[in-house]
Design a protein around this ligand. Structure first.
Ligand SMILES: Cc1ncc(COP(=O)(O)O)c(C=O)c1O
Length: 480
């Protein structure tokens, strides 16, 4: 318990107006400090480059009665024995570390704080704090870092909600300006920077839905030269890529996806320097404290039980996604998957990825038109039970959606086209239940049903009986 409190101590003491000893300005120290590494072997932990090893090395929280699982602190508010203790808490003289003292769970809650330490270990950041949703994590960070009238350089291919936040909501409510660029084009990113005004460069490690892989070291260089912070949404690639090790200042997550794995929880996380989390919890100026996107302690407990098997789940998501992507490609389908050797970002992902976790569980099949995408998904769900038509990702079942008419529909059609989101793009989050061969057989059967019913031979002389016609104009080449 004392160690748990040591971690919180640094956080809460700064929040309540005490200087944070070892933490430099935001972004100056991503390498591991008090929060992620608050145990007796901070140096050893700092060396854990493998996310599974880092998670295992994070302090194990025991329950109140010695339970192997931590207790849930389900209280919204916390009592004190003497009136003066309350004053001392607000003055920062007491806190979670000194006397195990908390004030109120919108501020810090012990169970949510424990999950934050796991997230910090996973993402190799100094600190992390968990929120009620991915969008609340993203919007809070942007509001905290950018400020009224500030400028953001953002990738033009982002989750639709984030795109809408940057293109519509923040401009209207905070005067924030965003320039959307091809994040692959270093010159375009540099040209988009407004000297003295650009506060954030914002990308997704693997873009939703096109699965473009961001060159994080390059973007970090450009951001830092401009005096800005690189904020990376790592929702698609937890464990697979650790953006903070590659130069990102802040890593955000929709924890609702792979990290949860259960398609039953909406949650988010902000992983970064302790100074950022502290600033976001500031009683006067903190976006987390004042906007209040607080995670419930019971949800934090649930998620803390799932993080230990996230690396195993990601391995299997990745293994199946690569197998399906390779086989689909061999059938002649247009597949987007950065794990395929001919994907334009294959080498970049290989260079950035943590060894042993593959290329992630997301793949896209471009069916050309929305109608064909819908027909394929119909058969995959309703005829062969390959997966479910649903947005979101990271579930044990395969989930699929046509991005242009669902999760990217917030984007104007011209922006979708610029981002490379074709109307027939089917995004799949590849699940791991059932066997791989069982699932593949289901996919092949659904694809076969896409073929137009062949006209009787005497009506259509010359119809090739030995050719697999996927749809008008598309021939499937069966290579295995
Ligand atoms: C890449 C990405 N970031 C952020 C979000 C938003 O997360 P949440 O739904 O948890 O608010 C999503 C949601 O789909 C997403 O795909």
């Amino acid at each position: 318990m004392a160690q748990a409190m040591a971690a919180a101590s640094e956080l809460i003491s700064t929040t309540l107006k005490r200087p944070f000893g070892s933490d430099g300005p935001l972004g100056d120290d991503n390498g591991g400090g008090a929060l992620a590494h608050a145990d007796e072997k901070p140096k050893a932990r700092r060396r854990e480059a493998d996310p599974a090893a880092a998670l295992a090395a994070a302090r194990h929280e025991f329950g109140e009665h010695g339970g192997v699982n931590m207790s849930i602190e389900a209280s919204a508010t916390f009592t004190v024995m003497e009136p003066d203790t309350m004053r001392r808490l607000f003055a920062g003289e007491l806190g979670p570390d000194r006397g195990d003292m908390y004030i109120y769970s919108r501020h810090f809650n012990p169970t949510v704080l424990a999950l934050g330490r796991q997230m910090a270990a996973l993402e190799a950041t100094e600190a992390a704090y968990c929120t009620a949703s991915g969008m609340s994590a993203i919007s809070s960070v942007l509001m905290q870092l950018v400020g009224v009238g500030g400028h953001v350089v953002a990738s033009r291919c982002l989750y639709g909600g984030t795109h809408a936040l940057l293109s519509t909501f923040l401009p209207r409510t905070s005067g924030v300006r965003a320039t959307f660029v091809d994040a692959d084009d270093e010159a375009a990113v540099r040209a988009a920077v407004v000297p003295g005004e650009t506060r954030v460069v914002y990308v997704e490690t693997m873009s939703n839905p096109t699965l473009a892989v961001a060159d994080i070291p390059m973007l970090a260089r450009v951001a830092h030269e401009a005096g800005a912070k690189l904020v990376v949404d790592n929702t698609f690639t937890p464990v697979v890529v650790t953006p903070a090790r590659l130069g990102a200042d802040v890593v955000v997550h929709s924890v609702s996806k792979f990290i949860s794995g259960g398609a039953d929880i909406i949650a988010g996380a902000i992983c970064g320097p302790a100074s950022l989390v502290n600033a976001m919890m500031d009683l006067q100026e903190g976006a987390l404290m004042l906007l209040g996107p607080t995670m419930n302690a019971k949800v934090a407990f649930e998620l803390s039980e799932r993080l230990p098997h996230l690396p195993l789940r990601m391995q299997e998501h990745s293994r199946r996604a690569l197998a399906f992507a390779s086989r689909m490609q061999r059938l002649g389908l247009r597949v987007l998957y950065p794990g395929l050797p001919d994907h334009p970002h294959h080498a970049r992902l290989s260079a950035m990825a943590n060894p042993g976790y593959g290329s992630g569980g997301m793949l896209c099949v471009d069916m050309g038109t929305e109608d064909r995408a819908n027909r394929l998904m119909h058969h995959l769900q309703n005829t062969t039970q390959f997966g479910l038509m649903a947005v979101s990702l990271g579930y044990y079942e395969t989930l699929m959606s046509c991005s242009g008419s669902s999760t990217s529909s917030e984007m104007p059609p011209e922006d979708r086209a610029k981002a490379g989101i074709s109307p027939g793009l089917v995004r799949m989050s590849v699940g791991y239940n059932g066997t791989l061969e069982q699932r593949w057989a289901q996919f092949e059967r659904a694809l076969a049903l896409m073929q137009p019913v062949p006209a009787p031979l005497h009506h259509k002389p010359g119809a090739a009986a030995d050719r697999d016609v996927l749809d008008a104009g598309t021939t499937i080449h069966r290579k295995h």
